[in-house]
Design a protein around this ligand. Structure first.
Ligand code: GLY
Ligand code: MN
Ligand code: MN
Length: 437
């Protein structure tokens, strides 16, 4: 992404903060997986959004209007020995040179430098409760300033959470962000296509995951979340990530998999017949979920609010379940009593961006938020009929279907970032039956 993108974001934030303020934003630390093995590092998304910096143990400070510079970074110092083991570090000079910081210091010096900056600010933007150790450190610095108030030191009076400001900005995706999301979508679609070309009875769910990760890695990207490859009744477990079981003829495979590009996620679900052909019951459920999804995508427009896609899926799914004889009663009452929740127990989607379940408020002043150009959301209704569900004919039991696409709200029609991936039952069957093996 172009350097100007981060400059623009920091400028927008400092403008919102106003004079006499200071923002503190710590980045993420490495997390231990077991003993001395760390998980692969992933930067905190807010920090990434404002700095583009993906090393651990850094802190960003913004001081609007400060003559010596508004943008400060505290980073890991250069260290020849450590860099030999774990790779290159940018260091303070690199942070100025490559990230455009006005000033940068080794992270170990933050305790000498930050208290002096706090002294000059009336209002501090900092989000408490995410990093207990750092919360205590900041409190310690503030208390020391308070102790010196008789010497004329004026400690900051107001603490404000920084999250809402950044999260409101992150909700609206710029052209550069949409470019990254399209790239993530492109590679994620390729992963789903690879699976469609290869699944067959006798493979395992982990083989499916392997195909997905192969595509992500060979595109230079990483998974944005744990791949869900649930076959048969495993498709009814919403966050199934064990991916251990055998794919059997006659089963469906629910595949929820997406990668991230520069941190921007894609989130796609397709549900495929393992043999390439849906049974009549699978097809009936599939077509119903698809009808709900398409009706919901159609209302991802300016002039509709956040909850309308969800309400649409509830209406279409409840009607369809009545038609199939799986729900009995008047439509209005079944919706009012949420009878559909036995089959459809999650919401129709979420904001999508640097986090797969992205930030941004869903309500404003108690009312569902209006959809606006630049917002990106998923639309992902599902129907899950767990085995043994009472009152349901046996032939429907164990069927789980979800269909998920990523949708950008524009001034005109919804822009489906993942529209290039086949979705109707007949198109999926046709792709799978023409695989040539
Ligand atoms: N992949 C997580 C979700 O669909 O929300
Ligand atoms: Mn999702
Ligand atoms: Mn998903």
């Amino acid at each position: 992404m172009n350097h100007q993108e981060w400059v623009r974001r920091r400028r927008a934030l400092t403008r919102e903060m106003g004079p006499g303020t200071l923002a503190i934003l710590p980045g993420a630390h490495e997390k231990i997986r077991n003993r001395d093995v760390a998980y692969r590092f992933r930067q905190n998304s807010d920090f990434l959004y404002l700095t583009g910096f993906s090393e651990p143990d850094a802190v960003m400070v913004l001081v609007p209007g400060r003559p010596e510079g508004e943008y400060l970074l505290f980073v890991r110092p250069r260290d020849r020995l450590r860099e030999t083991w774990t790779g290159r570090r940018l260091g303070p000079e690199g942070a100025i040179r490559e990230l455009g910081a006005d000033q940068a210091f080794p992270i170990g010096e933050i305790g000498q430098i930050l208290p002096g900056l706090l002294e000059g600010a009336q209002r501090i933007y900092y989000t408490m409760g995410q990093n207990a150790e750092f919360d205590l450190e900041i409190m310690g610095w503030i208390n020391r300033l308070r102790e010196r108030s008789r010497q004329g030191v004026v400690p900051p009076e107001t603490f404000v959470s920084l999250d809402p400001l950044i999260h409101e900005m992150r909700l609206f995706k710029s052209a550069a962000e949409v470019t990254e999301m399209r790239k993530a979508a492109r590679i994620s679609m390729a992963a789903h296509r690879r699976v469609m070309a290869r699944i067959a009875p006798g493979l395992h769910e982990y083989d499916v995951e392997a195909e997905v990760l192969h595509t992500f890695a060979s595109g230079g990207l990483e998974a944005a979340y744990g791949t869900i490859a649930g076959s048969g009744a495993n498709a009814c477990v919403l966050h199934y990530v064990d991916n251990r079981d055998l794919l059997c003829a006659g089963d469906l495979l629910l595949l929820d998999a997406g990668c991230e590009s520069e941190g921007y996620a894609s989130d796609i679900t397709r549900t495929l017949p393992v043999t390439g052909t849906f049974t009549p019951e699978q097809r009936a459920i599939y077509d119903l979920v698809l009808a709900a999804q398409e009706a919901a995508i159609a209302v991802c427009r300016v002039g509709h609010h956040w909850n309308e896609p969800h309400e649409t899926t509830v209406r279409v799914i409840t009607q369809g379940l009545i038609r199939l004889g799986l729900l009995k009663g008047p439509l209005r009452e079944l919706i009012r009593d949420r009878a559909y929740e036995v089959f459809y127990m999650h919401r129709a989607g979420h904001w999508l961006g640097l986090d797969v379940h992205d930030v941004g408020s869903y309500k404003v002043d108690g009312a569902w938020r209006e959809l606006e150009p630049g917002m990106v959301l998923t639309v992902e209704p599902g129907i899950y009929i767990r085995p043994g569900l009472r009152g349901v004919p046996k032939r429907f039991q164990g069927i789980g279907v979800r269909i998920e696409d990523d949708v950008r709200v524009t001034r005109k029609d919804p822009d489906v970032l993942t529209a290039g991936l086949v979705k109707t039952a007949s198109a999926i069957e046709s792709v799978m039956q023409n695989r040539g093996h």
